[in-house]
Ligand binder design. Sequence first.
Ligand code: HEM
Length: 535
Amino acid sequence: ADFDALISATGSGGELHQHAAEGGRRLTTAQGVVIADNQNSLRVGAPGPTLMEDFILREKIFHFDHERIPERVVHARGYGAHGTFTCTRALPDVTRAAPFDTEGKETEVFVRFSNVAGNKGSVDLARDLRGFAVKFYTEDGNWDIVGNNIPVFFIQDPIKFPDLVHAIKPAPDRDFPQAQSAHDNFWDFISLTPEAMHTVLWQMSDRAIPRSFTTMEGFGVHTFRFVNDAGASTFVKFFWKPRMGLQSVLWDEAVKTNGADPDRHRRDLWDAIDRGDFPEWDLGVQMFDQSFADSFAFDVLDPTKLIPEEDCPVEIIGTLRLDRNVDNFFAETEQVAFCTANVIPGVDFTNDPLLQGRNFSYLDTQLKRLGGPNFTKLPVNAPKGCPVSNYQQDGHMQTDARKGRVNYEPNGWGEGPRAHPLEGYVSYKDPVSGDKARLRPASFADHYSQARQFYISQTSSEQDHILAAFVFELSKCKEAAIRERMVAHLLNVDAALAQNVADRLGLPDLPQPAPAARPTRTDLAPSPALSIQNP
Ligand code: HEM
Protein backbone atom coordinates (compact mmCIF):
# COMPACT_ATOMS: atom_id res chain seq x y z
CA ALA A 1 0.00 0.00 0.00
CA ASP A 2 2.88 2.37 0.75
CA PHE A 3 4.23 1.83 -2.71
CA ASP A 4 0.89 2.69 -4.30
CA ALA A 5 0.83 6.03 -2.48
CA LEU A 6 4.42 6.89 -3.36
CA ILE A 7 4.80 5.97 -7.03
CA SER A 8 2.89 6.85 -10.13
CA ALA A 9 4.30 4.44 -12.72
CA THR A 10 6.51 1.40 -13.26
CA GLY A 11 8.87 1.44 -16.25
CA SER A 12 9.58 -1.35 -18.69
CA GLY A 13 12.60 -2.46 -16.61
CA GLY A 14 10.57 -2.53 -13.37
CA GLU A 15 11.95 0.83 -12.17
CA LEU A 16 9.70 3.07 -10.08
CA HIS A 17 8.68 6.55 -11.29
CA GLN A 18 7.26 9.53 -9.42
CA HIS A 19 5.39 11.90 -11.73
CA ALA A 20 4.25 15.44 -10.95
CA ALA A 21 0.50 15.75 -10.40
CA GLU A 22 -1.52 18.26 -12.39
CA GLY A 23 -0.41 21.68 -11.06
CA GLY A 24 2.43 20.07 -8.99
CA ARG A 25 6.11 21.13 -9.07
CA ARG A 26 7.97 19.92 -12.15
CA LEU A 27 11.51 18.60 -11.95
CA THR A 28 13.73 20.65 -14.28
CA THR A 29 17.31 20.97 -15.47
CA ALA A 30 19.38 23.97 -14.37
CA GLN A 31 18.26 25.59 -17.63
CA GLY A 32 14.62 25.15 -16.63
CA VAL A 33 13.72 22.36 -19.05
CA VAL A 34 11.15 19.97 -17.54
CA ILE A 35 12.52 16.44 -17.17
CA ALA A 36 10.34 13.56 -18.39
CA ASP A 37 12.26 10.59 -16.99
CA ASN A 38 14.59 10.84 -13.95
CA GLN A 39 15.35 7.09 -13.81
CA ASN A 40 16.81 6.18 -17.21
CA SER A 41 19.65 7.73 -19.17
CA LEU A 42 19.43 8.05 -22.93
CA ARG A 43 20.90 5.04 -24.78
CA VAL A 44 20.73 3.16 -28.02
CA GLY A 45 19.30 -0.29 -27.64
CA ALA A 46 18.74 -2.10 -24.39
CA PRO A 47 21.05 -1.94 -22.56
CA GLY A 48 23.13 -0.36 -25.39
CA PRO A 49 25.76 2.44 -25.05
CA THR A 50 24.83 5.70 -23.33
CA LEU A 51 24.74 8.78 -25.56
CA MET A 52 26.89 11.83 -24.96
CA GLU A 53 23.89 13.69 -26.29
CA ASP A 54 22.09 13.04 -22.98
CA PHE A 55 22.41 16.60 -21.68
CA ILE A 56 20.11 15.78 -18.78
CA LEU A 57 22.36 12.99 -17.47
CA ARG A 58 25.53 15.00 -18.09
CA GLU A 59 24.25 18.11 -16.34
CA LYS A 60 23.04 16.14 -13.31
CA ILE A 61 26.33 14.28 -12.88
CA PHE A 62 28.43 17.37 -13.66
CA HIS A 63 26.77 19.26 -10.81
CA PHE A 64 27.09 16.37 -8.41
CA ASP A 65 30.79 16.01 -9.29
CA HIS A 66 31.38 19.57 -8.09
CA GLU A 67 29.42 19.52 -4.84
CA ARG A 68 32.48 19.58 -2.60
CA ILE A 69 34.46 22.70 -1.78
CA PRO A 70 37.74 22.59 0.15
CA GLU A 71 37.14 22.14 3.83
CA ARG A 72 38.62 24.80 6.11
CA VAL A 73 42.37 24.29 6.64
CA VAL A 74 41.60 24.36 10.37
CA HIS A 75 38.26 24.28 12.20
CA ALA A 76 36.86 22.09 9.39
CA ARG A 77 34.27 20.40 11.57
CA GLY A 78 31.72 22.87 12.79
CA TYR A 79 28.10 23.57 13.50
CA GLY A 80 26.18 26.84 13.28
CA ALA A 81 22.94 28.54 14.24
CA HIS A 82 21.26 31.93 14.05
CA GLY A 83 20.36 34.10 16.99
CA THR A 84 20.14 37.49 18.57
CA PHE A 85 22.49 39.55 20.70
CA THR A 86 20.78 41.82 23.22
CA CYS A 87 22.69 44.67 24.84
CA THR A 88 22.10 44.69 28.60
CA ARG A 89 24.52 47.51 29.40
CA ALA A 90 25.17 50.28 26.91
CA LEU A 91 28.72 51.62 26.58
CA PRO A 92 28.32 54.87 24.64
CA ASP A 93 31.19 56.56 26.49
CA VAL A 94 33.59 53.71 25.77
CA THR A 95 32.79 52.64 22.22
CA ARG A 96 30.79 53.77 19.25
CA ALA A 97 30.24 50.07 18.32
CA ALA A 98 26.59 49.84 17.26
CA PRO A 99 25.55 46.74 19.27
CA PHE A 100 26.39 48.54 22.53
CA ASP A 101 24.84 51.96 21.93
CA THR A 102 21.50 51.38 23.70
CA GLU A 103 20.35 49.09 26.47
CA GLY A 104 17.89 46.52 25.13
CA LYS A 105 19.09 46.87 21.54
CA GLU A 106 18.98 43.65 19.52
CA THR A 107 21.49 42.67 16.83
CA GLU A 108 21.12 39.64 14.59
CA VAL A 109 23.99 37.11 14.82
CA PHE A 110 25.25 33.88 13.28
CA VAL A 111 27.44 31.58 15.40
CA ARG A 112 29.64 28.67 14.34
CA PHE A 113 31.23 26.30 16.87
CA SER A 114 34.03 24.09 15.63
CA ASN A 115 36.75 21.58 16.43
CA VAL A 116 40.18 22.82 15.41
CA ALA A 117 42.19 19.81 14.34
CA GLY A 118 39.96 17.08 12.95
CA ASN A 119 38.70 17.03 9.40
CA LYS A 120 35.10 17.69 8.48
CA GLY A 121 34.04 14.09 9.16
CA SER A 122 35.88 13.67 12.46
CA VAL A 123 34.29 13.14 15.88
CA ASP A 124 32.81 15.80 18.15
CA LEU A 125 34.49 14.83 21.42
CA ALA A 126 38.16 14.82 20.43
CA ARG A 127 40.52 16.40 22.96
CA ASP A 128 40.85 19.71 21.18
CA LEU A 129 40.26 23.44 21.38
CA ARG A 130 36.86 24.54 20.09
CA GLY A 131 36.13 27.53 17.89
CA PHE A 132 33.43 29.98 18.99
CA ALA A 133 32.89 32.43 16.12
CA VAL A 134 30.17 35.09 16.21
CA LYS A 135 29.10 37.32 13.32
CA PHE A 136 27.12 40.44 14.33
CA TYR A 137 25.03 41.89 11.47
CA THR A 138 25.05 45.53 12.67
CA GLU A 139 23.75 48.65 10.98
CA ASP A 140 27.39 49.75 10.67
CA GLY A 141 28.47 46.56 8.91
CA ASN A 142 29.41 43.04 9.94
CA TRP A 143 31.60 42.50 12.99
CA ASP A 144 33.10 39.10 13.81
CA ILE A 145 34.50 37.89 17.14
CA VAL A 146 36.41 34.81 15.95
CA GLY A 147 37.21 33.20 19.26
CA ASN A 148 37.98 29.87 20.91
CA ASN A 149 36.76 28.11 24.08
CA ILE A 150 40.20 28.54 25.65
CA PRO A 151 41.46 32.05 26.49
CA VAL A 152 45.04 31.65 25.25
CA PHE A 153 46.76 30.28 22.16
CA PHE A 154 49.73 28.03 21.38
CA ILE A 155 51.94 30.57 19.62
CA GLN A 156 52.81 34.25 19.79
CA ASP A 157 53.74 34.87 16.16
CA PRO A 158 51.70 33.99 13.05
CA ILE A 159 54.84 32.85 11.22
CA LYS A 160 54.63 29.72 13.38
CA PHE A 161 51.00 28.91 12.53
CA PRO A 162 51.58 26.73 9.43
CA ASP A 163 54.12 24.64 11.40
CA LEU A 164 51.78 24.33 14.38
CA VAL A 165 48.92 23.17 12.17
CA HIS A 166 51.09 20.78 10.16
CA ALA A 167 52.22 19.21 13.43
CA ILE A 168 48.65 19.00 14.73
CA LYS A 169 47.12 17.49 11.59
CA PRO A 170 47.78 13.89 10.48
CA ALA A 171 51.38 13.14 9.48
CA PRO A 172 51.95 13.67 5.74
CA ASP A 173 53.12 10.12 4.99
CA ARG A 174 50.62 8.01 6.97
CA ASP A 175 47.70 10.42 7.31
CA PHE A 176 47.17 9.52 10.95
CA PRO A 177 46.54 10.01 13.78
CA GLN A 178 43.46 12.15 13.27
CA ALA A 179 43.09 13.12 16.92
CA GLN A 180 44.87 16.32 17.79
CA SER A 181 47.14 15.43 20.61
CA ALA A 182 47.83 11.68 20.47
CA HIS A 183 50.56 12.40 18.05
CA ASP A 184 54.34 12.17 17.84
CA ASN A 185 54.57 15.18 15.52
CA PHE A 186 52.30 17.25 17.73
CA TRP A 187 54.29 16.56 20.90
CA ASP A 188 57.59 16.94 19.06
CA PHE A 189 56.61 20.44 17.93
CA ILE A 190 55.08 21.40 21.28
CA SER A 191 58.10 20.15 23.23
CA LEU A 192 60.21 22.55 21.15
CA THR A 193 57.77 25.44 21.59
CA PRO A 194 57.93 26.70 25.19
CA GLU A 195 55.42 29.47 24.47
CA ALA A 196 52.76 26.73 23.97
CA MET A 197 52.93 25.47 27.57
CA HIS A 198 50.12 27.61 28.97
CA THR A 199 47.68 26.58 26.24
CA VAL A 200 48.79 22.94 26.45
CA LEU A 201 47.89 22.90 30.16
CA TRP A 202 44.39 24.10 29.23
CA GLN A 203 44.25 21.57 26.41
CA MET A 204 45.06 18.70 28.78
CA SER A 205 42.37 19.96 31.16
CA ASP A 206 38.65 19.22 31.12
CA ARG A 207 38.13 22.39 29.03
CA ALA A 208 39.18 20.46 25.92
CA ILE A 209 36.37 17.89 26.23
CA PRO A 210 33.24 20.06 26.70
CA ARG A 211 29.94 18.36 27.48
CA SER A 212 28.15 20.40 24.85
CA PHE A 213 28.64 23.51 22.74
CA THR A 214 26.06 25.09 25.02
CA THR A 215 28.23 24.54 28.11
CA MET A 216 31.40 26.11 26.70
CA GLU A 217 32.88 29.49 27.43
CA GLY A 218 34.14 31.55 24.51
CA PHE A 219 37.09 33.96 24.44
CA GLY A 220 38.18 36.55 21.89
CA VAL A 221 41.73 35.70 23.14
CA HIS A 222 43.46 38.82 21.81
CA THR A 223 43.30 42.23 23.40
CA PHE A 224 41.25 44.52 21.13
CA ARG A 225 40.38 48.19 21.40
CA PHE A 226 37.06 49.87 21.97
CA VAL A 227 37.12 53.40 20.50
CA ASN A 228 34.59 56.11 21.38
CA ASP A 229 33.24 59.07 19.40
CA ALA A 230 36.10 61.27 20.60
CA GLY A 231 38.66 58.73 19.28
CA ALA A 232 39.74 57.63 22.78
CA SER A 233 40.67 53.98 23.15
CA THR A 234 40.09 51.41 25.91
CA PHE A 235 41.67 47.94 25.75
CA VAL A 236 39.05 45.18 25.73
CA LYS A 237 38.98 41.39 25.96
CA PHE A 238 35.79 39.45 25.10
CA PHE A 239 34.21 36.55 27.02
CA TRP A 240 31.14 34.40 26.36
CA LYS A 241 29.76 32.89 29.59
CA PRO A 242 27.27 30.02 29.10
CA ARG A 243 24.04 30.44 31.05
CA MET A 244 24.00 26.65 31.49
CA GLY A 245 27.34 26.85 33.28
CA LEU A 246 30.65 25.41 32.26
CA GLN A 247 30.51 21.62 31.93
CA SER A 248 32.85 18.97 30.58
CA VAL A 249 32.80 15.21 30.24
CA LEU A 250 35.26 12.69 31.65
CA TRP A 251 37.81 11.27 29.24
CA ASP A 252 36.17 7.83 29.37
CA GLU A 253 32.83 9.40 28.48
CA ALA A 254 34.45 11.24 25.59
CA VAL A 255 36.01 8.05 24.22
CA LYS A 256 32.73 6.12 24.46
CA THR A 257 30.67 8.98 23.06
CA ASN A 258 32.98 9.31 20.07
CA GLY A 259 32.32 5.68 19.27
CA ALA A 260 28.61 5.57 19.98
CA ASP A 261 27.55 9.05 18.92
CA PRO A 262 30.25 10.98 17.04
CA ASP A 263 27.71 13.75 16.21
CA ARG A 264 26.86 14.29 19.87
CA HIS A 265 27.52 18.04 20.02
CA ARG A 266 25.81 19.01 16.79
CA ARG A 267 22.74 16.90 17.56
CA ASP A 268 22.56 18.39 21.05
CA LEU A 269 22.59 21.95 19.66
CA TRP A 270 20.12 21.21 16.87
CA ASP A 271 17.69 19.44 19.24
CA ALA A 272 17.88 22.17 21.89
CA ILE A 273 16.99 24.88 19.37
CA ASP A 274 14.41 22.68 17.66
CA ARG A 275 12.48 22.11 20.89
CA GLY A 276 12.64 25.80 21.84
CA ASP A 277 15.19 25.34 24.61
CA PHE A 278 17.32 28.21 23.30
CA PRO A 279 20.92 28.25 24.56
CA GLU A 280 22.21 31.54 25.95
CA TRP A 281 25.55 33.10 26.78
CA ASP A 282 26.35 36.39 28.47
CA LEU A 283 28.90 38.61 26.77
CA GLY A 284 31.47 39.91 29.21
CA VAL A 285 34.33 42.33 28.74
CA GLN A 286 37.50 43.15 30.59
CA MET A 287 38.21 46.82 29.95
CA PHE A 288 41.44 48.55 30.96
CA ASP A 289 43.82 51.30 29.99
CA GLN A 290 47.51 51.50 29.16
CA SER A 291 48.65 52.16 32.72
CA PHE A 292 46.77 49.07 33.95
CA ALA A 293 48.37 47.08 31.11
CA ASP A 294 51.80 48.39 32.13
CA SER A 295 51.27 47.13 35.69
CA PHE A 296 51.76 43.48 34.62
CA ALA A 297 55.10 41.75 34.14
CA PHE A 298 53.66 40.07 31.04
CA ASP A 299 52.42 41.82 27.92
CA VAL A 300 48.66 42.17 27.39
CA LEU A 301 49.38 41.89 23.66
CA ASP A 302 50.81 38.39 24.14
CA PRO A 303 48.08 35.87 23.14
CA THR A 304 49.59 33.16 25.37
CA LYS A 305 48.62 35.24 28.42
CA LEU A 306 45.34 36.11 30.08
CA ILE A 307 44.46 38.84 32.52
CA PRO A 308 43.28 37.23 35.76
CA GLU A 309 39.62 38.01 36.43
CA GLU A 310 40.56 38.87 40.04
CA ASP A 311 42.68 41.74 38.70
CA CYS A 312 40.18 42.92 36.13
CA PRO A 313 36.61 41.72 36.64
CA VAL A 314 34.60 40.57 33.64
CA GLU A 315 31.67 42.98 33.23
CA ILE A 316 28.54 41.61 31.56
CA ILE A 317 27.21 43.82 28.78
CA GLY A 318 24.84 41.61 26.81
CA THR A 319 23.27 38.25 26.09
CA LEU A 320 23.48 35.98 23.08
CA ARG A 321 20.58 33.65 22.37
CA LEU A 322 20.59 31.04 19.60
CA ASP A 323 17.02 30.48 18.45
CA ARG A 324 17.02 29.36 14.82
CA ASN A 325 18.60 26.35 13.17
CA VAL A 326 19.92 26.75 9.66
CA ASP A 327 17.73 25.92 6.66
CA ASN A 328 20.71 24.52 4.83
CA PHE A 329 23.98 23.38 6.38
CA PHE A 330 26.09 24.02 3.29
CA ALA A 331 24.67 27.43 2.41
CA GLU A 332 25.01 28.76 5.93
CA THR A 333 27.36 26.81 8.21
CA GLU A 334 29.78 25.68 5.51
CA GLN A 335 29.87 28.92 3.52
CA VAL A 336 29.97 31.35 6.42
CA ALA A 337 33.22 33.33 6.35
CA PHE A 338 34.43 34.79 9.63
CA CYS A 339 37.42 37.10 9.74
CA THR A 340 39.14 38.92 12.58
CA ALA A 341 39.55 41.89 10.23
CA ASN A 342 35.76 42.30 10.04
CA VAL A 343 35.44 45.19 12.49
CA ILE A 344 33.03 48.11 12.71
CA PRO A 345 33.52 51.70 13.90
CA GLY A 346 34.17 51.51 17.64
CA VAL A 347 36.25 48.29 17.50
CA ASP A 348 39.92 48.31 16.52
CA PHE A 349 43.00 46.08 16.58
CA THR A 350 46.02 46.11 18.82
CA ASN A 351 49.59 45.20 17.94
CA ASP A 352 49.15 41.61 19.12
CA PRO A 353 51.31 39.99 16.40
CA LEU A 354 49.07 36.93 16.17
CA LEU A 355 46.00 39.07 15.61
CA GLN A 356 47.80 41.02 12.90
CA GLY A 357 48.66 37.74 11.14
CA ARG A 358 45.11 36.44 11.44
CA ASN A 359 43.79 39.60 9.83
CA PHE A 360 45.58 38.52 6.65
CA SER A 361 44.91 34.78 6.80
CA TYR A 362 41.10 34.53 6.86
CA LEU A 363 40.33 36.60 3.76
CA ASP A 364 43.12 34.87 1.89
CA THR A 365 41.95 31.34 2.69
CA GLN A 366 38.31 32.20 1.98
CA LEU A 367 39.17 33.47 -1.49
CA LYS A 368 40.18 29.90 -2.28
CA ARG A 369 37.70 28.02 -0.11
CA LEU A 370 34.70 29.94 -1.41
CA GLY A 371 35.88 30.20 -5.01
CA GLY A 372 36.54 33.90 -5.61
CA PRO A 373 36.11 37.37 -4.19
CA ASN A 374 32.30 37.50 -4.19
CA PHE A 375 31.57 35.31 -1.15
CA THR A 376 30.49 38.40 0.77
CA LYS A 377 27.33 38.31 -1.39
CA LEU A 378 26.25 34.93 -0.03
CA PRO A 379 23.25 35.52 2.22
CA VAL A 380 25.00 34.29 5.40
CA ASN A 381 27.94 36.63 4.77
CA ALA A 382 26.14 39.68 3.38
CA PRO A 383 25.52 42.56 5.79
CA LYS A 384 21.87 42.58 6.85
CA GLY A 385 21.72 45.79 8.82
CA CYS A 386 23.05 48.26 6.22
CA PRO A 387 23.38 48.81 2.48
CA VAL A 388 26.54 47.77 0.61
CA SER A 389 27.62 50.28 -1.97
CA ASN A 390 31.02 50.42 -3.65
CA TYR A 391 32.83 50.10 -6.98
CA GLN A 392 33.99 46.49 -6.61
CA GLN A 393 32.85 44.58 -9.67
CA ASP A 394 33.00 41.38 -11.70
CA GLY A 395 34.97 38.32 -10.57
CA HIS A 396 33.90 34.71 -10.28
CA MET A 397 30.26 34.22 -9.35
CA GLN A 398 29.34 37.88 -9.51
CA THR A 399 25.60 38.14 -8.94
CA ASP A 400 25.20 41.93 -9.12
CA ALA A 401 24.37 43.47 -12.48
CA ARG A 402 24.66 47.14 -11.64
CA LYS A 403 23.43 49.64 -14.19
CA GLY A 404 25.15 52.81 -15.37
CA ARG A 405 28.54 53.93 -16.62
CA VAL A 406 30.15 54.92 -13.31
CA ASN A 407 32.45 52.34 -11.71
CA TYR A 408 35.12 54.64 -10.25
CA GLU A 409 35.54 57.52 -7.85
CA PRO A 410 36.20 60.45 -7.90
CA ASN A 411 33.91 60.99 -10.86
CA GLY A 412 32.43 64.12 -12.32
CA TRP A 413 29.04 62.61 -13.07
CA GLY A 414 27.72 63.22 -9.59
CA GLU A 415 26.91 59.53 -9.32
CA GLY A 416 27.87 56.67 -7.06
CA PRO A 417 28.75 56.34 -3.38
CA ARG A 418 31.23 58.63 -1.60
CA ALA A 419 33.39 58.28 1.53
CA HIS A 420 32.00 59.84 4.73
CA PRO A 421 34.72 61.15 7.08
CA LEU A 422 32.44 61.31 10.13
CA GLU A 423 30.41 58.12 9.82
CA GLY A 424 33.17 56.05 8.20
CA TYR A 425 35.70 53.75 9.85
CA VAL A 426 38.67 55.70 11.23
CA SER A 427 41.61 53.67 12.56
CA TYR A 428 42.75 54.45 16.09
CA LYS A 429 45.75 56.78 15.99
CA ASP A 430 48.27 54.43 17.55
CA PRO A 431 51.73 56.01 17.75
CA VAL A 432 54.37 53.53 16.59
CA SER A 433 58.11 53.74 16.10
CA GLY A 434 61.07 51.39 16.12
CA ASP A 435 63.54 49.41 14.08
CA LYS A 436 62.38 47.06 11.34
CA ALA A 437 63.56 43.66 12.57
CA ARG A 438 62.43 40.11 13.30
CA LEU A 439 62.27 40.52 17.05
CA ARG A 440 60.12 39.30 19.86
CA PRO A 441 59.74 41.60 22.85
CA ALA A 442 61.32 40.51 26.11
CA SER A 443 57.88 41.04 27.68
CA PHE A 444 56.73 37.90 25.79
CA ALA A 445 59.40 35.64 27.32
CA ASP A 446 57.83 34.11 30.43
CA HIS A 447 56.10 30.91 29.28
CA TYR A 448 55.55 29.13 32.57
CA SER A 449 54.09 31.46 35.23
CA GLN A 450 50.55 31.46 33.84
CA ALA A 451 50.72 27.74 33.05
CA ARG A 452 51.56 27.23 36.74
CA GLN A 453 48.80 29.60 37.87
CA PHE A 454 46.28 27.72 35.74
CA TYR A 455 47.40 24.35 37.12
CA ILE A 456 47.22 25.40 40.76
CA SER A 457 43.83 27.05 40.19
CA GLN A 458 42.36 23.63 39.38
CA THR A 459 40.66 21.41 41.97
CA SER A 460 42.52 18.24 42.91
CA SER A 461 40.27 16.06 40.72
CA GLU A 462 40.78 18.48 37.82
CA GLN A 463 44.53 18.24 38.43
CA ASP A 464 44.21 14.45 38.34
CA HIS A 465 42.52 14.74 34.95
CA ILE A 466 45.38 16.90 33.66
CA LEU A 467 47.90 14.35 34.88
CA ALA A 468 45.94 11.48 33.30
CA ALA A 469 45.67 13.39 30.03
CA PHE A 470 49.42 14.03 29.85
CA VAL A 471 50.15 10.39 30.66
CA PHE A 472 47.63 9.10 28.11
CA GLU A 473 48.79 11.44 25.35
CA LEU A 474 52.52 11.10 25.94
CA SER A 475 52.25 7.32 26.30
CA LYS A 476 51.15 7.34 22.64
CA CYS A 477 54.34 9.15 21.78
CA LYS A 478 57.00 6.64 20.76
CA GLU A 479 60.03 8.91 21.02
CA ALA A 480 61.55 8.91 24.51
CA ALA A 481 63.31 12.22 23.79
CA ILE A 482 59.98 13.98 23.19
CA ARG A 483 58.53 12.70 26.47
CA GLU A 484 61.64 13.87 28.28
CA ARG A 485 61.42 17.33 26.76
CA MET A 486 57.77 17.58 27.85
CA VAL A 487 58.64 16.54 31.41
CA ALA A 488 61.46 19.13 31.33
CA HIS A 489 58.84 21.80 30.60
CA LEU A 490 56.43 20.48 33.24
CA LEU A 491 59.19 20.82 35.83
CA ASN A 492 58.83 24.58 35.31
CA VAL A 493 55.07 24.35 35.81
CA ASP A 494 54.66 22.05 38.81
CA ALA A 495 57.29 19.70 40.22
CA ALA A 496 54.77 17.11 41.47
CA LEU A 497 52.94 17.05 38.14
CA ALA A 498 56.24 16.55 36.30
CA GLN A 499 57.34 13.80 38.70
CA ASN A 500 54.00 11.97 38.41
CA VAL A 501 54.01 12.17 34.62
CA ALA A 502 57.62 10.91 34.55
CA ASP A 503 56.82 8.03 36.95
CA ARG A 504 53.74 6.92 35.06
CA LEU A 505 55.57 7.09 31.75
CA GLY A 506 58.39 5.05 33.28
CA LEU A 507 61.10 7.65 32.67
CA PRO A 508 64.29 6.32 34.31
CA ASP A 509 65.47 9.77 35.50
CA LEU A 510 63.99 13.23 35.73
CA PRO A 511 65.48 15.51 33.07
CA GLN A 512 66.84 18.98 33.84
CA PRO A 513 64.09 21.64 33.74
CA ALA A 514 63.74 23.37 30.38
CA PRO A 515 65.39 26.82 30.17
CA ALA A 516 62.95 29.15 31.84
CA ALA A 517 62.91 31.85 29.19
CA ARG A 518 62.85 31.48 25.45
CA PRO A 519 66.11 32.58 23.82
CA THR A 520 65.86 36.05 22.32
CA ARG A 521 67.77 37.39 19.31
CA THR A 522 70.53 38.57 21.59
CA ASP A 523 70.68 35.24 23.38
CA LEU A 524 70.64 32.64 20.65
CA ALA A 525 73.18 30.17 21.97
CA PRO A 526 71.51 26.76 21.76
CA SER A 527 70.38 25.62 25.16
CA PRO A 528 70.99 21.94 26.01
CA ALA A 529 67.36 21.03 26.50
CA LEU A 530 66.23 22.72 23.32
CA SER A 531 69.04 22.14 20.87
CA ILE A 532 68.47 19.42 18.33
CA GLN A 533 70.90 18.37 15.65
CA ASN A 534 69.71 18.92 12.14
CA PRO A 535 70.24 15.81 10.02
C1 HEM B 1 39.48 29.29 11.27
C2 HEM B 1 43.95 30.87 10.46
C3 HEM B 1 44.64 31.60 15.16
C4 HEM B 1 39.92 30.89 15.81
C5 HEM B 1 40.67 29.59 10.66
C6 HEM B 1 40.92 29.40 9.28
C7 HEM B 1 42.18 29.86 9.05
C8 HEM B 1 42.72 30.32 10.29
C9 HEM B 1 42.91 29.90 7.72
C10 HEM B 1 39.93 28.84 8.25
C11 HEM B 1 38.99 29.94 7.89
C12 HEM B 1 38.06 29.62 6.76
O1 HEM B 1 38.37 28.78 5.90
O2 HEM B 1 36.99 30.27 6.73
C13 HEM B 1 44.50 31.24 11.66
C14 HEM B 1 45.83 31.79 11.84
C15 HEM B 1 46.04 31.95 13.17
C16 HEM B 1 44.82 31.54 13.82
C17 HEM B 1 46.80 32.10 10.72
C18 HEM B 1 47.23 32.47 13.90
C19 HEM B 1 48.23 33.08 13.30
C20 HEM B 1 43.42 31.50 15.74
C21 HEM B 1 43.13 31.89 17.09
C22 HEM B 1 41.80 31.69 17.26
C23 HEM B 1 41.25 31.18 16.03
C24 HEM B 1 44.12 32.47 18.09
C25 HEM B 1 40.97 31.99 18.46
C26 HEM B 1 41.06 33.11 19.11
C27 HEM B 1 39.42 30.40 14.64
C28 HEM B 1 38.05 29.98 14.47
C29 HEM B 1 37.92 29.50 13.17
C30 HEM B 1 39.21 29.65 12.56
C31 HEM B 1 36.94 30.05 15.51
C32 HEM B 1 36.68 28.89 12.55
C33 HEM B 1 35.80 29.95 11.98
C34 HEM B 1 34.54 29.31 11.45
O3 HEM B 1 33.77 28.77 12.28
O4 HEM B 1 34.31 29.35 10.24
N1 HEM B 1 41.77 30.14 11.27
N2 HEM B 1 43.91 31.11 12.88
N3 HEM B 1 42.25 31.09 15.12
N4 HEM B 1 40.08 30.19 13.47
FE1 HEM B 1 41.99 30.67 13.18
